[in-house]
Design a protein around this ligand. Structure first.
Ligand code: PLP
Length: 379
């Protein structure tokens, strides 16, 4: 059995084919135990070894410094929107939030239940120069020089990859404490759900990195948190124990039963990524994939992308047909050609091709060829 389609789903998303094959082969008999990995105790020797290896591989792939803990949690990125303020807002009772799209907007709204939220900049409509911004759609990241940072904030929250709009940070924020720099005393918290492991990042610029696994790592149900040790231990007294970074860290992510199958599959994805040459190697492939697609969009008379060029996402490529009446035909013909799940998010409309690490370049080539053909026939 082999795949018959290319799946551009934004998440839950594509998982590397060799990983699914290995999981299928081991489903009934994991490592000669005669049992599925789903059926064994998370505290057993074999599973504990798998868990430790998955964490070690993630640390290696992202060069995570020793003073950071890797936690495997549950609840997804949206639960972290509460878990982060409950753990990190502390005595300050306030935090800074940068708004660059739907996901950071959701994060800020949820955090407002726990304290004072300062919006450092809101990208919606703020540059006012093009139609997309005029419609209140997020299409750029405000320059760090215009962020209104507050020194009293417990942390600064960002979403470095806005999955819905296709807006992505192309470099880590500057930390230093100069006029336009984030103070080293205000840790940066980043939702990296949709681009974790897709590009090289400097973990030491961040106090906490989190996300759901179902975009670029594995199945839904697993949440990753990478948190600097000195930020652990400040949780609000009402923070549930299962969501308290201190409790989770002290119990090696096994305070309660972790999502064992998700951790197993994530571990296989980490091994697969190491075999591809690691994050720098996959980043080079991701650059090629995204360039192919953006060149096709920019060079056409039918398709357009609204995102400012310096913040276009490599993972989630959004585009719109000049004639929106062709949307349904485009999607139907794409499905016919085996190109699945290209419909944009309902808030933004249009199309979105999510081309995470697991999407081979052949998938992007097939999409580009289809788009050219469709434009010739219908454009
Ligand atoms: C998908 C996504 C979320 C939502 O994650 P859940 O796991 O559904 O809670 C949040 N933030 C970003 C950037 C996402 O891509």
């Amino acid at each position: 059995m082999t795949r018959k389609v290319f799946n551009f789903s934004p998440g839950p998303a594509l998982i590397p084919e060799p990983v699914l094959r290995q999981a299928a082969e081991e489903m009934l008999d994991w490592q000669g135990t005669g049992m599925s990995v789903m059926e064994v105790s998370h505290r057993g020797k074999d599973f504990m070894a798998l868990h430790a290896r998955a964490i070690a591989d993630l640390r290696e792939l992202l060069s995570i410094p020793p003073n950071y803990k890797v936690l495997f949690m549950q609840g997804g990125a949206l639960a972290e929107n509460s878990i982060v303020p409950l753990n990190l807002m502390g005595e300050a009772g306030q935090a800074d939030y940068l708004l660059t799209g739907q996901w950071s907007l959701k994060s800020a709204r949820e955090a407002a239940r726990y304290g004072q939220i300062n919006i450092v900049a809101d990208a919606a409509g703020s540059d006012g120069s093009d139609t997309a911004d005029a419609k209140g759609v997020y299409t750029h990241i405000p320059a760090q020089s215009v962020w209104k940072l507050s020194r009293e904030a417990a942390y600064l929250h960002l979403c470095t990859s806005e999955t819905i709009e296709g807006v992505e940070f192309q470099s880590d924020p500057v930390v230093g404490g100069g006029e336009h720099e984030v103070s080293p005393d205000v840790p940066i918290v980043a939702d990296m759900s949709s681009h974790i492991l897709s590009r090289v990042i400097d973990v030491s610029r961040y106090g906490c990195i989190y996300g759901g696994a179902q975009k670029n790592i594995g199945p839904a149900g697993l949440t990753f948190v990478i948190v600097r040790e000195d930020l652990i231990g400040r949780a609000h007294r009402l923070c549930p124990s299962a969501f308290n970074y201190q409790v989770v860290a002290d119990n090696d992510s096994m305070f309660n039963t972790p999502p064992t199958f998700g951790i197993y599959l994530a571990g296989l994805v980490f091994e697969w990524l190491k075999a591809q040459g690691g994050v720098a190697a996959i980043e080079a492939v991701n650059i090629n994939k995204a360039s192919l697609l953006y060149e096709a969009i920019d060079g056409s008379g039918l398709y357009q992308n609204w995102v400012s060029k310096h913040c276009r996402s490599r993972m989630n490529v959004t585009f719109f047909l000049h004639d929106e009446r062709l949307n349904e035909a485009f999607l139907a013909d794409a499905r016919e050609a085996g190109l699945m799940n290209l419909k944009g998010h309902r808030v933004v409309g249009g199309m979105r091709a999510s081309i995470y690490n697991a999407m081979p370049i052949e998938g992007v080539r097939a999409l580009v060829a289809f788009m050219r053909d469709f434009e010739q026939r219908r454009g």
